[in-house]
Structures are given as structure tokens and as C-alpha cells.
Design a protein around this ligand. Structure first.
Ligand SMILES: Cc1cc2nc3c(=O)[nH]c(=O)nc-3n(C[C@H](O)[C@H](O)[C@H](O)COP(=O)(O)OP(=O)(O)OC[C@H]3O[C@@H](n4cnc5c(N)ncnc54)[C@H](O)[C@@H]3O)c2cc1C
Length: 118
């Protein structure tokens, strides 16, 4: 593999020993959608559990571009501040392979229109 994935050790949940815990919602998948849903529900007092099959977190680039609407969701979830502190305005794009910077492009101003209609 090109870089080492950070793995998190398995933590034995008490439910596997027969203990019953009641949740209002079960979310399958701890990707951005599942985690945003879990955070949103928790902020509204809904008790939920996230079931994720992987024990790793991807540390490579997955968000070269984040649209304005996504930023609005970040704000609503209370993530806008931390996210804005590390995000770069479009004009400089960086790509990571693991924790290694492999590409960076700088855009200097707007491209001129070619005159063709498209
Ligand atoms: C290289 C790359 C670059 C990208 N760049 C961008 C970008 O610039 N901008 C952008 O907006 N998007 C980008 N994307 C897309 C973005 O990563 C996806 O749109 C986003 O991850 C989708 O989120 P999701 O939560 O729906 O799914 P996922 O991120 O796929 O999460 C699903 C989760 O569910 C888990 N899961 C699956 N099945 C089960 C199961 N049966 N039980 C328990 N857990 C399960 C998986 O392990 C996974 O963690 C990129 C994707 C890749 C691969």
C-alpha cells in the first residue's frame, strides 16, 4: 500500500455480551453523510448509534472542492469555524496521498473567455 492507514482498535461493545441499549435511530455507515446525520440528530437530542464496518479513517484528499451549500451545512452543524480555519479559498488546490502533499496548483485570476458560446 502506498501509505499506512491509521487503524483504531476494536472496542468491545457491551451489547455483544447481551446488554440491551435502546437507541432512537441506527445509522449504517460513518462516512460524511452518516456522521453529519448523527451529529444533526444528536444536536436535537435524538439518541443514535453509528454502525461502521471499517476501523480506519481515510486521511487522503476527498474534498478538492466544497460547494457553498455544503459550507452552509457545516455552519449549521457548528463545523464552519474549524473547517474554515483549514480550508483554502479556490485559487490554490492541494492533493494529499495519505499525509503527503503530492500536487498543488495555483490559479492566478480568472481565465479569459474564448469567445465561443458553450
Ligand atoms: C478520491 C476521491 C476524491 C473525492 N473528491 C471529492 C470532492 O472534491 N468533493 C466532494 O464533494 N466529494 C468528493 N468525493 C466524493 C465523496 O468522498 C463522497 O461523495 C462522500 O464520501 C460520500 O459520502 P457518504 O457518507 O454517502 O459515503 P461514504 O463516504 O462512502 O461512506 C459510507 C460508509 O459506510 C460504510 N459502510 C458501507 N457498508 C456498510 C455496512 N454494511 N455496515 C456498516 N458500514 C458500512 C463504509 O465503510 C463507509 O465508511 C471524492 C471521493 C474520492 C474517492
Amino acid at each position: 500500500m502506498y501509505f499506512e492507514w491509521k487503524e483504531f482498535p476494536f472496542r468491545h461493545p457491551p451489547e455483544l455480551d447481551g446488554r440491551r441499549t435502546r437507541y432512537d435511530a441506527a445509522i449504517v455507515g460513518g462516512g460524511p453523510v452518516g456522521l453529519a446525520m448523527a451529529l444533526s440528530l444528536a444536536q436535537r437530542g435524538v439518541r443514535c448509534v453509528v454502525l461502521e464496518t471499517q476501523n480506519q479513517v481515510s486521511s487522503g484528499s476527498r474534498a478538492i472542492g466544497v460547494h457553498r451549500r455544503t459550507s452552509q451545512f457545516f455552519d449549521r452543524l457548528g463545523l464552519g469555524g474549524p473547517f474554515g480555519a483549514t480550508a483554502r479559498p479556490r485559487g490554490r488546490n492541494v492533493i494529499y496521498y495519505g499525509d503527503q502533499l503530492v500536487a498543488e496548483t495555483i490559479m492566478s485570476g480568472r481565465r479569459k473567455r474564448s469567445g465561443r458560446s458553450s
